[in-house]
Design a protein around this ligand. Structure first.
Ligand code: PMP
Length: 368
């Protein structure tokens, strides 16, 4: 018998667990992990390279542990999105290698053995995996019909489970469901714990939809996480961040690794943020492709859900695994999340979206 991890003296609570596992396959049309499929514009890429070149001159030294310039850039970016309200200062900002790491640090500081985090599946699969990695008990609660979470639902779940942390995801992955601002406010009022809103897809929301960031003033236990991976087309650079009261940032400083954000990452992110409008230029197009997917999938007879993100969950798929494989044969990869009769697809460029829809029409023909 081959030696496996089960033969190692691994932590009891990790035994039998599965790692995060979206397949990384090289196919022509990759619509499986909600990336921005548009590359970084060439002129922005040049400026990023120039900034990295500059940072390399001092790469023999440890990087700025407080990533001061990046926090200032992220503050300006967020404040600009809040219609210049200047709600945030750099003291409210924290960043790490992807919002996954930001969330892990949050759980290290506020979760851990003997503590629990309440979540509402189906939701971003890393939330429960990060809970398990940090020894925090994951408590799943029910959503309403159509995957929504009303203020009443969140309040009742908090009253029942008394969690130390509440994880909300708005817009929700993998369903795209909007998260009402009233639900966030109600969750905050219902707990003395941390309320974390994962806004990885915030830039894809309708322009007039308020962000959870607008709730931060006066709510010291509210945390809003964001990422440069999606709208910003920066998934490979690994930059995520959060905004919260400066006391929350101080708590995270207790658990972060020193110098966790490399000088090269900091330089690249600051340069990209200097070009925020160019980096975000494709967001409107992506939203259009998403809406096109919804309309055309509906016309094919699939069940779609309202999406405020850059992907679409659709139901009515007789055999998701077979459909996934049939699409793969046509060089299109989507995501089978194990939700019965459902698949999720990320919005691509116009050409990729067309390729997916054409492939789906052929798949539809072979479904029973
Ligand atoms: N939150 C949500 C809801 C996501 O869907 C993702 C990526 N799929 C992340 C966080 C993680 O993003 P990253 O670590 O690339 O910032």
């Amino acid at each position: 018998m081959a030696f496996t991890l089960e033969d190692l003296p691994i932590r009891d609570d990790l035994r039998g667990q599965s790692p995060y596992g979206a397949p990384q396959k090289h196919v022509r049309v990759q619509l499986n992990v909600n990336e921005n499929t548009h590359p970084v514009p060439a002129e922005v890429a040049e400026d990023i390279v120039e900034s990295i070149r500059h940072a390399l001159a001092t790469v023999n030294r440890y990087p700025d542990r407080e990533f001061t310039e990046l926090r200032r850039s992220l503050t300006d970016y967020l404040n600009a999105g809040l219609e210049g309200e200047q709600l945030l200062t750099p003291d409210h900002l924290w960043a790490a290698n992807g919002s996954n790491e930001v969330l892990q640090q949050l759980l290290q500081a506020f979760g851990g053995p003997g503590r629990s985090v309440l979540g509402f599946p189906p939701t971003y699969s890393m939330h429960s995996i990060l809970a398990s990695g940090t020894g925090t008990r994951w408590v799943p609660a029910e959503r309403d019909a159509e995957f929504g979470i009303s203020p009443e639902t969140v309040t009742a779940a908090i009253a029942e489970h008394q969690p130390d942390i509440v994880f909300l995801c708005g817009p929700n992955n993998p369903t795209g469901t909007p998260l009402p601002i009233e639900t966030i406010a109600a969750a905050y009022d219902a707990t003395d714990g941390i309320v974390m809103v994962d806004e990885a897809y915030a830039e894809f929301m309708p322009d007039d939809a308020p962000s959870a960031l607008t709730l931060l003033p006066g709510r010291e236990r509210l945390v809003v996480s964001r990422t440069m991976s999606k709208a910003f087309a920066f998934a490979g650079a690994r930059v995520g961040y959060l905004a919260a009261h400066p006391a929350v940032i101080d708590a995270i400083r207790l658990v972060r690794l020193p110098y966790h954000l490399s000088a090269l990452t900091q330089a690249a992110a600051v340069a990209a943020l200097r070009h925020a409008p160019a980096m975000l230029a494709m967001v409107d197009d992506i939203k259009q492709q998403r809406d096109r997917m919804v309309t055309e999938l509906q016309a094919m007879g699939y069940r779609t859900y309202e999406s405020w993100s850059n992907f679409v969950l659709f139901g009515g798929v007789a055999d998701p695994h077979a459909a996934f494989e049939a699409l793969l044969e046509q060089d299109v990869i989507v995501r089978d999340l194990g939700i019965p009769n459902h698949l999720r697809v990320s919005a691509g460029t116009a050409e990729e979206t067309t390729a997916f829809l054409d492939a789906m029409r052929r798949v539809a023909a072979v479904q029973p």
